[in-house]
Design a protein around this ligand. Structure first.
Ligand SMILES: NC(=O)c1ccc[n+]([C@@H]2O[C@H](COP(=O)([O-])OP(=O)(O)OC[C@H]3O[C@@H](n4cnc5c(N)ncnc54)[C@H](O)[C@@H]3O)[C@@H](O)[C@H]2O)c1
Length: 354
């Protein structure tokens, strides 16, 4: 559903929730727009950047329906800009963090947060790859199932936090992209996973939370995406194609194809009436050859990075506000096409399925 369509419908959900957002960079502002547009929750935000208010005033309107005014949200107390993490957490029922991507930051932040919030507060991290168990592993070494008697306050707090923290990993930009990967640690309770799922489903924003069964580096979407990205960088580095040419190859092939069905269903079509087995039998040797030949560049090597950054910047410059508008309009159109495809698949073509 496009955000502009929300107005005039039934009351927005989550009036009783108070969401605290930690970190208001690319992901934080986008999540802020999602909560403000589709829920009636109160939102408090914390980010130590000195220009926080100017930053929010500049970027948030790009993501909100045109009728929503940021200054009014602040003046009526729907959106609170806080000067400290403690102030931001005081009334929180949900804390969602999207600060810097390093283990030290995540661990230090949770150590503080759990001192400030109620023991029932839901804890979500937007991390691209640091599992929930890693984010809390510093808190206490005591195994939850074998707490010493009587348990210390620290042990109780650590055990409770471990049960409440899960990853809610978005795909950028989260105010539009439907995927939210819910990744519990082995300690996270099923009730916490259900709560996160029901929170986003109730928004009626078109978001599609998917629970991932086990923690692993990069979860699922980024594992797939980063492997493709590695090969794209390798091909640029080897001079097989330029950054701009590879972008066009993806836009003209994998992009539209995978917007309509994922790799398993799509490759199933490639095997004709024998489905995926037929595809693997027919093309398997070529696939194996590509896997053997795939690039193995690493993040320690700057030479390929210089090449891909130079080509990308030369082709597109740095992203502007207008580029963001064009990107968001295009992504919304693709998501809408997917929703239409699902409607047709469920009810058949024409208007009769409404
Ligand atoms: N950018 C993406 O495509 C993407 C996608 C999914 C998830 N993520 C994850 O979201 C998180 C944020 O990524 P981003 O791209 O928005 O980064 P970003 O650099 O744009 O934003 C990070 C923000 O954190 C703030 N910050 C720094 N120190 C802080 C502190 N002590 N307390 C609170 N805030 C602090 C910074 O001022 C900045 O505004 C990361 O964990 C990242 O892995 C990013």
């Amino acid at each position: 559903m496009a955000s502009d369509e929300v107005e005039g419908t039934s009351p927005l959900p989550h009036a009783d929730e108070h969401i605290t957002l930690i970190g208001l960079g690319a992901i934080g502002v986008s999540f802020l727009a999602l909560h403000l547009t589709y829920s009636s929750a109160t939102v408090s935000v914390y980010d130590p950047r000195p220009d926080l208010e100017e930053h929010i005033q500049a970027v948030l309107p790009l993501y909100l329906p045109s009728s929503v005014d940021v200054a009014s949200l602040i003046s009526v107390g729907r959106l609170n800009l806080c000067a400290s993490l403690e102030e931001a957490c005081l009334a929180a029922t949900i804390v969602q963090e999207q600060g810097p991507e390093n283990v030290g930051f995540k661990q230090k932040t949770w150590s503080e947060v759990i001192r400030y919030v109620a023991p029932t507060c839901h804890l979500w991290s937007s991390t691209s790859g640091i599992p929930a168990s890693k984010q809390l592993e510093h808190l206490s070494t005591t195994d939850d199932k074998h707490l010493e008697y009587p348990p210390t306050t620290d042990d109780i707090q650590a055990s409770s936090a471990r049960q409440r923290l899960l990853i809610v990993h978005p795909f950028n930009p989260p105010h539009i992209m439907p995927l939210l990967e819910l990744v519990p640690s082995p300690h996270t309770t099923p009730a916490e996973v259900s709560f996160a799922k029901s929170y986003f489903t109730a928004l009626r924003s078109g978001h599609r939370p998917i629970t991932i069964h086990r923690e692993s580096a990069g979860f699922v979407a980024n594992r797939l995406s980063f492997i493709l990205f590695r090969e794209a960088c390798h091909l640029v580095n080897e001079g097989v194609a330029s950054a701009e040419e590879i972008d066009e190859v993806v836009r003209a092939s994998l992009g539209p194809r995978w917007a309509m069905a994922g790799p398993f269903k799509m490759y199933g079509f490639g095997g004709g009436n024998k489905g995926l087995r037929g595809f693997l039998d027919n093309i398997g040797e070529s696939i194996g050859e590509v896997w053997r030949d795939a690039g193995t560049i690493t993040m320690d090597d700057d030479a390929w990075k210089d090449k891909v950054v130079e080509q990308t910047t030369q082709a597109y410059g740095l992203p502007s506000a207008e580029d963001i508008r064009v990107r968001d309009g295009g992504l919304r159109a693709v998501v809408k096409a997917q929703e239409e495809q699902e409607r047709v698949a469920r009810h058949g073509g024409g208007q009769g399925g409404q």
